[in-house]
Write a protein that binds this ligand. Structure first.
Ligand SMILES: C[S@@+](CC[C@H](N)C(=O)[O-])C[C@H]1O[C@@H](n2cnc3c(N)ncnc32)[C@H](O)[C@@H]1O
Length: 271
């Protein structure tokens, strides 16, 4: 069985060369669940921890700050380089789920912040995370909930209102690999992978950001909205921006910042 799917290949292309843009835009949003994620994995001094899909290293750095001995991996070399800078005490390498270059049972805890929603085979990725966790280790993972909270739906609405279409080179997850992005669906995924004591909770918050900064992520090609935007002709991009500016009014506060409601799911269990 090949480990890389068309979805994974599209992910590799989508992240390549975009680590700096991610750090300037979506990284602050994605960092929000990190303390809860580390609590769920019971990260503490001396524990050997894996941060899978580390991105620019927010969870790796925070786990290091708690005194853990951190290893971090990312499929994208640019991300791994930034994580190494952000978490200098961590051992960082390039590796892609569902295949990690580690022995069975070598980590005392495993975390993955918004990575399981970026892999082509979530069940295989989870099995691999479980393989490298020692028996009894906690595994904690976050994903975005679906349907998306209003703040997260903003770009999709702007794209739709502008008539932007999803390009063929952006494959969706194969239906047999997908799972419901609900508390129950995510918890079931972890339980079916053999984890015990599974818990899943929603994390809801308002991300506060300027309209310009929020636009900058997709404008740089980040996330599926960015990949769709990049493939549109210039006149459609202009129309998406017009629609986006109009929709931003729904979220603008008196200080001029957008307050964008987001909901993530945080699930954890024991290997
Ligand atoms: C949304 S970012 C999250 C990054 C980081 N965990 C954070 O919270 O900021 C998703 C990350 O997962 C990485 N990624 C995507 N597919 C992966 C895979 N199969 N294995 C490892 N990392 C992957 C991407 O390169 C990207 O850095």
């Amino acid at each position: 069985m090949t480990t890389s799917t068309p979805f994974d290949e599209a992910e590799r292309r989508a992240w390549a060369g975009r680590a700096a843009a991610y750090e300037r835009s979506f990284a602050a949003l994605c960092a929000r669940p990190v303390p809860a994620l580390l609590d769920a994995a019971q990260i503490r001094r001396g524990l050997r921890v894996l941060d899978a899909g580390t991105g620019t290293g927010a969870a790796a750095r925070a786990a290091g700050d708690r005194g853990a001995a951190v290893t971090a991996v990312d499929a994208d070399p640019g991300m791994a380089a930034r994580a190494a800078g952000a978490a200098p005490a961590a051992a960082v390498c390039v590796a892609a789920l569902p295949r990690l270059p580690f022995a069975d049972g070598c980590f005392g805890a495993v975390v993955g912040n918004f990575v399981l929603n970026h892999v082509g085979r979530p069940r295989a990725a989870l099995a691999e995370l479980r393989r490298v966790a020692r028996p009894g280790a906690r595994i904690a993972l976050s994903i975005w909930a679906a349907p998306p909270a209003p703040g997260q739906a903003l770009f999709g609405r702007a794209l739709q209102a502008a008539g932007a279409t999803r390009p063929a080179h952006l494959p969706a997850l194969a239906p047999e690999d997908d799972f419901p992005r609900t508390e129950e669906g995510f918890a079931r995924l972890l339980r079916e992978s053999g984890l015990s004591g599974v818990r899943c909770e929603p994390l809801a918050w308002e991300h506060r950001v300027t309209a310009e900064q929020w636009w900058s992520g997709p404008a740089a090609g980040l996330a599926s909205a960015g990949q769709i935007l990049l493939s549109q002709p210039p006149e459609v991009v202009t129309e998406v921006r017009r629609q986006y500016d109009a929709l931003c009014a729904e979220f603008a506060g008196p200080d001029g910042l957008l307050a964008l409601p987001h909901t993530a799911l945080l699930a954890s269990g024991q290997a």
